[in-house]
Design a protein around this ligand. Sequence first.
Ligand code: BGP
Length: 462
Amino acid sequence: MKYKFPKNFWWGAATSGPQSEGRFNKKHSSIFDYWYDIEPTAFYDQVGPNIASNFYNSYEEDLKMMKSIGLNSFRTSIQWTRLIKNFETAEVDEDGVNFYNNVINQCVELGMIPIINLHHFDLPIELYEKYGGWESKHVVELFAKFAKKCFQLYGDRVKYWTTFNEPIVIVQGQYLSQFHYPNLVNGKKAMQVAYNLNLASAKAIEEFRKGKYNKDGKIGIVLNLTPAYPRTQSKDDLEAADIANMIDNRIFLDTAVLGKYPEGLTQMLEKDGVIWEYTEDEIKLLQNNKVDFLGVNFYQPLRVKKRENKFDDSKGWLPDKYYESYEKPGRRINPDKNWEIYPEAMYDIAINIRDNYENIPWYVSENGMGVHGEEKFMDENGMVVDDYRIQFITEHLQFLHKGIEEGSNCFGYHLWTPIDCWSWKNAYRNRYGLISLDLPSQTKTIKKSGYWFKEAAENNGF
Ligand code: BGP
């Protein structure tokens, strides 16, 4: 075997509550549930989160199927809007408690390590309407209460927790680039929200460590990281990449792993008059509640150049003031998503973590390829023959392997996603799973990549 991975390597896959469960029996709505209710046309084919992949009803068979393709670990998230009845007091909804109990117990029985995430873009709409959601430090407190409740309920069996999935996407989606409700464009609020999300993560970590719920328990965060690649090595492009890196990656990465913001970032935001409101006690809290491990999502590289077109300041301060994105000529792309395919970044990420982030233990918490119209690749038995996905996974694992060989402390690889799931505005347009989903009948069938993954997992390499 050419590529052998470290002992106990995680071969798994990730999904989230809002993208897989469906809204069955949920007593509250998240911002996505609500957005779909008021504007279904914002979603591909007008398909919303109501049924999703039916995981709420079919979790038993689904988890068994995941186990059958060799997954030794699985990440999902607890929906705040399912578990909690009263957000202020964190009083629970019994049906929600039981559902997550059943999911976690079954994972443990099957021998699949559950990794439980606490927030995957699914802010309760009520908390947005009452308090402005993540703009509010009261919501930060409520999140810490919710987190504590999760640790109390499931911490005896769950050893790996993550506080947030891709917090920068909340900032971008809700406050900068208009792809999460309420679709605002407000740079100053965006920066406050980024700060509050860091604070919420640190408060949840503090709760976790106070409770000692499990002697082997560990807590981390999932970040979508990619080094910002400059167009050229010119001073201006390098500076643009440096700033993009601070705003898109380091704003969460440095804070989570090193317990502090990059100095250049806070100076720049102060100079621009968009620095967040903070207290000295909060800064101490961030310093004292660093993560135990990191989950890294990687899909596409970030390529930037210095700003060439004049920045349009009619909407006030925005990070785009400092850089523009750049398309590398001749890049490989996945045309269905228009995302560049650049597996080399896996190695760069591994080395960056090794050299600049204390070689903290980390795993690839998402990587994957969303493809439209996969039924055209089906064979006569209904199996999707997704050789492109096998190729994609193989190449990313090869570069990851090189990073591990050179000492990066990576302990696993999770594909997005085990079973085709609902993708926000894109709904079911692009499919990512190792297992395909026929939406009308909710029939699930293992793809060729599922069989490939099983073999790789069983051999701990390929
Ligand atoms: C990540 C999210 C996932 C998932 C994935 C695929 O950013 O953590 O929730 O959706 O991207 O992207 P998309 O759904 O936009 O195709």
